[in-house]
Design a protein around this ligand. Structure first.
Ligand SMILES: Nc1ncnc2c1ncn2[C@@H]1O[C@H](COP(=O)(O)OS(=O)(=O)O)[C@@H](OP(=O)(O)O)[C@H]1O
Length: 823
């Protein structure tokens, strides 16, 4: 469809325009419309220059309103609807390169003072009832910049500073085609022109009317602002299509809505709400109950992509669902309209599949010109969107195009940035690869000098040399460790909880469960809650900072403890770097994987890591496992997978699993299983205490986890966030504290029971927490979940029983008789 097809109207007796000023109505058939337009457009063309120029329309609403638009379009010049605000009138005329204004004669006296010095000629139009005149202006005009556009709108400034938007045909035509199909527009439709023509939504409504040969209802601004009169008017003219802002409906009020709009006899078929937060579910349910045939849509967009970017039809399922949602949270913004691209990016500009992000709206074709941006850019706008867990995958390009992001109060058009087309070609896979690459480069900058230094010291005679002083001690500790008895203290963890292994295990289980459950809940809480006063409240968006702070606080706590009780530097310090690096990498993979894998894949990845931990143990600890231990690992993995998949309530919000997702989740498993096995190796080989392990490891972890933060700018962001919202700083401290307590138990468990038992406790902890909440709050478990629990418990019993049998067998083997040396 092209503009010329839109303007190609058929002469018929069907009503083209109804005008109602609250007292009387005027109508105009398509035949009359075309007749009047024919004369007026010839006259207009003859009175303006043949050079491209912008035509302003400054007229009160009347039956001629759509016709004035129509004749301007026939001159092939862009038009601009002006408002009678004398303060901004001159600047608007200048900004928009306006050369002519069509003015209603009644308005002329009001503006003649303001425009006096700018008016070159006043040429009356004899057609259209002799009601209009053309003012030719003498402003400095650059016609080139307005060439090729259909209309110009001025954004109101809710999306930052007000802007002038030059809209070409290719920007709004895709909207029209979509709307004609989606709304199934018919000739019999009556479309209410719901706002002044200074808003582009109304221009689209007029085009929609022409494309479907239906009837446009135009009213005065005064009538539109009168609740009773406007609702009566909509009822009287049997409006079938109403596209407006939720505030417009709010202005009408519940009483008049029920009386005139949403009742049995109403002809309203389609209600399209856009431009603001969607109304509450209760309201929509009420409307649908009164008017079951009504289709309700949520329309979302910005002036910069004149006019709309995405749409969502509210379904019956949504009305019927019992799910509790925030008022504005229950309707997503839907799928992007044709030729429109929507991306959700995180703080660093990485496209997200789910999680909190900013919505970027743009297009390769729907490109407007916005002179305030200096360079011609893709018309796009950045907005904040809400719902940490509910934002769906909406990345463009080669990947799937799923819909649904939240359009809620929080999507106030506050943070205004534009992005250029090339940004849209960044593929998600490349983004994780790049950021992983940058992180590795950052780590390498720290690790490579260390490796070089270690090699250098090892190949020198440093060890044999007797030295003294702090530096000597540091280097020796870093590269070789201290072997002397004076420095070797007994491992503290052994003494902590006596010698009863059952008691120790119970303490490990409870400690790990308690601390990591608290940590998980707090972390989710902090990432989902908003800081600041509405409507400027924001969420914190950087999980890497939380990881960093966890390491820093754990370092501080362990440092205080070991320096108070005496350190143990027996193990070469650099050896802790390995598990620190693998821990940081596994943590990164864990958070990154969430963007690429489905919920079942996440669950599988986490619950099946027991087997890789055992395999890794074979290599690092040179351990051999009994067959029953593999059976136990498989049973726990199956049981936990069954359990978690059935117990999760919001699994449908997860992303698709991509190849990237599989690579990252494999990375998580490999790094994670290396970490605990390597730590176990250090415990066994050097007898370090768990506190010493915590200190040594966190020295490196704190440094390494700072790397991605510094590279991405996340550190500066997080510090300024703490500065701005002090309560956030307190929350971070609490999370870090629970994580540090978790680490105390974690290292103690690995030291005492090894990596496999530790992993079993970690893997099963989610199941125990869900079981506990079921027990406390009386929730029912599904059959699948019960089967999962049975599997896990059977596995644990098998583990205990088989371990006991193995021990018994070992004890039963008689010791070889010792050779007696006879004197
Ligand atoms: N062996 C070892 N050493 C040091 N730190 C470790 C270890 N194992 C797990 N962790 C940290 O514990 C946090 C929870 O880990 P996981 O989510 O992988 O646990 S699990 O899947 O439930 O097993 C997670 O913390 P964050 O990285 O701060 O998110 C892990 O890094």
């Amino acid at each position: 469809m092209q503009l010329k097809n839109i303007l190609n109207l058929k002469p018929s007796d069907h009503i083209a325009v109804i005008f109602d000023d609250g007292n009387q109505c005027d109508t105009m058939s398509y035949k009359q419309f075309l007749f009047e337009a024919q004369q007026a457009k010839v006259e207009l063309k003859s009175k303006i220059s043949s050079e491209p120029s912008v035509i302003g329309i400054l007229c009160p609403q009347s039956v001629y309103t759509p016709l004035l638009v129509y004749i301007c379009l026939h001159t092939e010049n862009p038009f601009l609807t002006l408002s009678l605000d004398s303060n901004s009138l001159i600047s608007t005329l200048k900004n928009c390169n306006v050369q002519y204004i069509i003015v209603h004669k009644n308005i002329l006296p009001q503006i003649s003072g303001v425009l006096k010095i700018f008016v070159e000629k006043n040429v009356p139009i004899s057609s259209l009832g002799g009601l209009y005149t053309i003012l030719a202006l003498k402003l400095d005009i650059n016609n080139d910049i307005s060439n090729g556009f259909t209309y110009i709108v001025q954004s109101s400034g809710t999306t930052g500073t007000p802007k002038t938007i030059f809209v070409p045909e290719k920007c709004f035509v895709p909207n029209l085609i979509d709307f004609l199909n989606l709304f199934n527009m018919q000739e019999s439709d009556i479309i209410f022109v719901s706002s002044a023509l200074t808003f582009d939504a109304s221009i689209i409504q007029i085009f929609l009317g022409w494309c479907s040969f239906s009837t446009l209802l135009v009213v005065t601004d005064n009538l539109r602002s009168h609740p009773e009169k406007i609702s009566k008017c909509l009822e009287k003219h049997r409006v079938t299509f109403l596209q407006c802002t939720p505030s417009f409906l709010g202005l009408i009020g519940d009483h008049f809505q029920e009386k005139h709009l949403f009742h049995n006899g109403s002809k309203l078929k389609t209600l399209v709400l856009g431009g603001e937060s969607f109304p509450s579910k209760e309201k929509c349910v009420k409307w649908i109950k009164a008017l079951p045939q009504l289709r309700i849509f949520n329309l979302y967009g910005t002036s910069e992509v004149s006019a709309w970017a995405s749409i969502y039809e509210v379904t019956n399922d949504q009305f019927n669902t019992e799910r509790q949602t925030l008022d504005s949270d229950w309707v997503p913004i839907g799928k992007p309209l044709s030729k429109t691209i929507i991306e959700v990016n995180d703080f660093y500009g990485k496209a997200l599949k789910h999680g909190l992000g900013k919505i970027w709206i743009g297009s390769e074709e729907r490109v407007c010109r916005i002179p305030e941006l200096k360079e011609p850019t893709l018309s796009s706008c950045i907005m904040r969107a809400t719902a940490f867990t509910k934002m769906f995958w909406c990345f463009f390009l080669f990947l799937s195009f799923v819909s649904a992001m939240d359009h809620s109060d929080d999507s106030i058009k506050d943070d205004h940035k534009h992005h250029l087309p090339h940004r849209l070609h960044v593929v998600q896979q490349e983004v994780w690869f790049q950021s992983f690459g940058w992180n590795i480069l950052g780590y390498a900058l720290i690790i490579l000098p260390c490796v070089f230094f270690i090699k250098m010291v090892q190949s020198s005679n440093f060890y044999e040399r007797d030295g003294e002083g702090f530096i000597y001690g540091m280097i020796k500790c870093f590269v070789f460790g201290f072997n002397g008895d004076d420095m070797h203290r007994k491992t503290l963890h052994v003494k902590c909880f006596g010698d009863n292994p059952t008691l120790k295990l119970l303490i490990c289980v409870l400690g790990l469960q308690g601390s990591y459950l608290t940590w998980g809940v707090l972390q989710e809480e902090v990432m989902t809650q908003k800081y600041g006063e509405p409507p400027n409240d924001v969420r914190f968006q950087n999980s890497e900072f939380l990881v960093f702070m966890n390491r820093v606080l754990a370092l501080v706590i362990s440092a205080v403890y070991i320096f108070a009780t005496g350190p143990n530097w027996k193990a070469p310090f650099y050896k802790f770097l390995y598990s620190s690096l693998s821990n940081i990498c596994s943590s990164w993979c864990q958070y990154e994987a969430l963007k690429f894998v489905s919920f079942p894949t996440q669950v599988l990845g986490k619950t099946c890591k027991l087997i890789p931990v055992m395999i890794m143990g074979k290599f690092i600890l040179k351990k051999t496992y009994h067959y029953y231990e593999y059976v136990v690992a498989v049973m726990i993995s199956i049981g936990m997978t069954l359990f978690l998949l059935s117990a999760a309530s919001d699994k449908h919000y997860s992303a698709e699993t991509t190849i990237s997702g599989l690579i990252i989740i494999t990375g998580y498993i490999v790094f994670d299983s290396f970490t605990s096995n390597w730590q176990s190796q250090l415990f066994i080989e050097y007898g370090v205490s768990s506190m010493q392990m915590m200190f040594n490891l966190n020295v490196f972890s704190a440094i390494l986890s700072a790397v991605p933060l510094l590279i991405s700018g996340g550190m500066a962001y997080s510090i300024s966030f703490i500065n701005q919202y002090s309560s956030f700083g307190i929350h971070v401290l609490i999370i870090s504290f629970s994580s540090a307590v978790g680490q105390l138990f974690l290292f103690y468990t690995i030291a005492e029971f090894g990596p496999v038992v530790f992993t079993i406790i970690m893997v099963t902890r989610q199941m125990f927490s869900i079981l506990l909440s079921c027990f406390l709050y009386g929730h029912q478990l599904t059959t699948q979940a019960v089967v999962g629990v049975i599997f896990v418990f059977l596995a644990l019993f098998l583990q205990i029983y088989a371990a006991h049998r193995v021990k018994q067998k070992k004890n039963a083997i008689p010791e070889k008789p010792k050779e007696v040396i006879l004197a």
